[in-house]
Structure formats: structure tokens, C-alpha cells
Design a binder for this molecule. Structure first.
Ligand code: PHE
Length: 453
């Protein structure tokens, strides 16, 4: 069961270590950079409401499923789906790997921006003209340099193993992240003119609630933010040995992730409105990708000296969030390589990481390419992976999966609710959303191919 490698399989030292790592994977750039701009595109509060509904009825049941399959399999998802589901499910394993590689390749570029911003914030070197500063930072050789540096760090942590790398890294970074986050939210509440920001963010507009565009973008965002659909959390759960309640663990992870996203919104929107930057979010238009990086530092700057500390704290927090997610993306690829070919973890981390670093180069030169890659892999393929996982667990593995879940969750009624959500609700929602996104995703694919030529 442990594959060709002969060494015993690595595992978490503590339950808290596992939960913190799963929260670390979920909480990332998605919660700040992506959530803020998706929410502003999706009409603020309407988006937030749909987002929460999707997390509750699709996200948590699917996360539970990933945890269950991972602990049941005790091996990398890429192999597990094939062994448990049968040959026909082999391609799902490849889809997981493709998502890990594809997402990390551009995720690391954005993470590189956060590093650069953090360095410049410490030295007080972020200029007032944040649009052209972002333009310089975001693409070109500078972006490549920071992208490579970030990939090196990610490789370094992952090469350290489950206990020494993943668990220890999260144990250090996540508490710091929470502290900074809460500090910033309290500070944002003291801004004199942030009120309209909260209103925009929290007052639902009914018409947008019924809008399929908003639903699709909320669903896509929830998959990305919860790290679902590509076996990342499945991989983490495969290092579990104990019999904890996986439904409860999924709930903790999803609530923490949503809490961080909501709190980040409580920082971003008041800052934007307080400094009258709200119109710029839409003006930035195509490069909504850069919204957070352009507007926030401009707001921070207007604070004078205090802003110097606030922006440093903000970008360091973003950097930690990115790193703890990136290691889970690389871990999917590394686990598959270690379990599948039997090479050492170190080699797998270096080889896989180098390949991903290389594949990230186009995104470091062109933000449109980055946006298209995010639409195809970070949104569509993740939800496709989620749909297939729901079908696999709900229709093919249900008896085994239910028995595995029962080890920590003896309540049969709750497990029946879970099975219902996995078998019916998640697939229906995902099929509708994937159908709705098919055309725009196809255009993004065409964009990627044209760029490559
Ligand atoms: N959840 C991470 C974030 O919000 C991104 C991620 C997606 C990580 C998929 C792992 C798997 O930034």
C-alpha cells in the first residue's frame, strides 16, 4: 500500500498539526487577492451570500469526501483514485497533478509580487504611483526573479517532509498570519470614512443574488479558496492515522477559511472606500488581477507614518498565506511522485518544483496569460475535479467511504445528509456552473494557446 518506496510513510505529529496545515492550504492569496476582486465584480454582498451557501452545501461535504478518501487510501491521491475506483478513474489522478502544477505555476508569480511588496514596504520604497509600480513589479525579469525565489522557498519547506517541513512551517506561519490579520481588521475599523465600504460589502443586492454569473464566480472562488478539487486536502489527509471526526475537521477548516476571507474583506473594503479608491477597482478593468496590489498601498500611503507599518504587516501576512498554500500545491505533485515512482521526497520536490518554476515563466511576463490560466485551471478544472470526486465518492465508493467516515462520526443521520449532498446537491450545482462557464473558459483556453504561439 505504500508504493514502491520501502521507508514507512510520513505522518502528522499532532491533530492540531494536520488542521493547521489544512487551514494553511486553504487560507492563501485566494482569501485576500482573489476574494476581494471577485466580490467586487460580483456585486459585493450578493457574492458573499452565495459564497457562504456554496461553502456550506457543496464545499464542506466535498472537503469531507477528500479527507475520507485520503485517510482511507493512505497513499497519494493520484494513485488512490485509480486503486479504489478502478482503471477508468486513473485520469482523475492526472487531473489532480495537472491542477497542482498549473495553479502553482502562476500562484508563485503572484506570491512573488507579495514578497517584492513586502521587501519594498520594509524599506519604505513603494512609490505613490502604485499603478506604474505594479506594472514594473508584476511582469518582466523582476517578476521572474521573485517567482523563482518563492519557488525555492516552497521546495525547501516541502523537501523537509511532513512533520519537519509542512507541519513545522504551518505551526510558525499560521499564528503570525492570524495575529496580523486581526490587528489590521481592528485598525481598519478605526478609519473615519470606511462605513460605505462595509455597506457595499455586507448589504445584499437581491437582483445579483439570482444572477448565474455571480453564482458561478462564487462557486469557482469557493473551490479555489477551500483548496478543493485537486487532491490537496486528500493528500494531507493521507498522512492521518488517527480516527478523528473528518466531518468536524472539514467544518473547522472551511469556517476558518471563510472567516479569514470575510475578515480580509473587512480590511480591504473600508480601506478602499475610506480613501476613495473604490472607483479604481473597476477602472483597473482587465487587470483586476492587480486590484489589491494597486489600491491598497495607495490607501496605506495616505496614512503617513502609520501606513509604513501597516503595509509592511499586510504584505508579510500575504506572503505567509501564499507560502502555506503553495506547499500544499507542490505536495500533491511530490506525493504522487514519491508514491508512484519511488524517488526520494527531496528529489521529487526539487524536480517537480523546477518544472513548475519553468512553466510559470509566461505568467511572469504577462498578466493576461496569468488571468487566463487562473480561469482555466484555478476555476474550471478545479470544479471539474470536484465534480468527478463527488461522483467517485457518491456512486462508486460510498459504502467504504461511509465506513471510513463512521470511524469518527458515528451519527448515521449526519452521514446520510453528507451522502445526499455529495450524491445530488454538489453534482447538480457543479454541472450547472461548469455548463455556464464552458464558453468563457474556452475563450481563455484559446487565449492561452494563442499566447504560446
Ligand atoms: N486555497 C488556496 C488559496 O486560497 C489556493 C489553493 C488552491 C491551494 C487549490 C491548494 C489547492 O490561496
Amino acid at each position: 500500500m505504500t508504493g514502491p518506496g520501502t521507508a514507512p510513510r510520513d505522518s502528522w505529529a499532532t491533530r492540531a498539526g494536520f488542521i493547521l496545515a489544512a487551514v494553511g492550504s486553504a487560507v492563501g492569496l485566494g482569501n485576500m487577492w482573489r476574494f476581494a476582486y471577485k466580490a467586487s465584480e460580483g456585486g459585493g454582498a450578493a457574492f458573499v451570500v452565495l459564497y457562504i451557501v456554496i461553502v456550506a452545501f457543496v464545499g464542506i461535504p466535498l472537503m469531507t469526501s477528500e479527507f475520507v478518501v485520503g485517510r482511507l487510501a493512505q497513499e497519494s491521491p493520484a494513485r488512490a483514485v485509480r486503486r479504489l475506483g478502478g482503471r477508468a478513474w486513473g485520469p482523475l489522478g492526472w487531473l489532480f497533478i495537472l491542477c497542482g502544477v498549473g495553479i502553482l505555476s502562476y500562484y508563485s508569480v503572484i506570491a512573488g509580487w507579495t514578497m517584492r511588496y513586502a521587501f519594498d514596504a520594509v524599506r519604505n520604497a513603494i512609490p505613490s504611483d502604485t499603478s506604474s509600480y505594479f506594472g514594473q513589479v508584476a511582469t518582466g525579469w523582476d517578476a521572474v526573479g521573485y517567482h523563482l525565489l518563492f519557488m525555492l522557498l516552497t521546495i525547501w519547506v516541502v523537501a523537509g517532509g511532513v512533520k519537519g517541513g509542512l507541519e513545522r512551517g504551518n505551526l510558525i506561519m499560521m499564528p503570525l498570519l492570524f495575529l496580523i490579520l486581526i490587528g489590521l481588521a481592528i485598525w481598519a475599523a478605526t478609519l473615519p470614512n470606511g462605513g460605505p465600504g462595509y455597506a457595499y460589502y455586507l448589504r445584499p443586492s437581491l437582483d445579483r443574488l439570482l444572477d448565474l454569473t455571480t453564482l458561478a464566480s462564487a462557486a469557482g472562488q469557493s473551490f479555489f479558496s477551500l483548496s478543493l478539487g485537486m487532491g490537496a486536502l486528500m493528500t494531507y489527509a493521507s498522512y492521518l492515522k488517527s480516527k478523528e471526526d473528518l466531518g468536524r475537521e472539514a467544518m473547522i477548516v472551511a469556517l476558518s477559511d471563510t472567516g479569514v476571507a470575510m475578515t480580509a474583506g473587512l480590511i480591504v473594503f473600508p480601506v478602499m472606500f475610506n480613501f476613495g479608491l473604490d472607483s479604481q477597482i473597476t477602472q483597473i478593468g482587465d487587470s483586476t488581477v492587480g486590484a489589491l496590489f494597486i489600491t491598497l498601498p495607495r490607501g496605506f500611503e495616505q496614512l503617513g507614518r502609520a501606513g509604513d507599518y501597516v503595509d509592511t504587516a499586510f504584505f508579510i501576512m500575504l506572503f505567509f498565506a501564499a507560502l502555506t498554500s503553495a506547499i500544499s500545491l507542490l505536495e500533491v505533485v511530490v506525493a504522487a511522485t514519491v508514491d508512484g515512482i519511488g524517488v526520494s521526497r527531496r528529489r521529487a520536490a526539487i524536480g517537480g518544483g523546477a518544472l513548475i518554476a519553468l512553466l510559470g515563466l509566461p505568467a511572469a511576463f504577462n498578466t493576461t496569460f496569468l488571468g487566463n490560466l487562473d480561469a482555466v485551471v484555478g476555476q474550471f478544472l478545479l470544479m471539474l475535479g470536484g465534480l468527478l470526486t463527488a461522483i467517485l465518492v457518491g456512486y462508486r465508493l460510498l459504502p467504504q467511504a461511509d465506513a471510513e467516515l463512521a470511524k469518527g462520526l458515528p451519527h448515521a443521520g449526519l452521514r446520510r445528509v453528507w451522502a445526499f449532498l455529495v450524491r445530488y446537491v454538489a453534482p447538480v450545482v457543479l454541472i450547472v456552473v461548469l455548463g455556464f462557464l464552458a464558453k468563457s473558459t474556452w475563450n481563455a483556453v484559446v487565449g492561452l494557446v494563442t499566447f504560446a504561439r
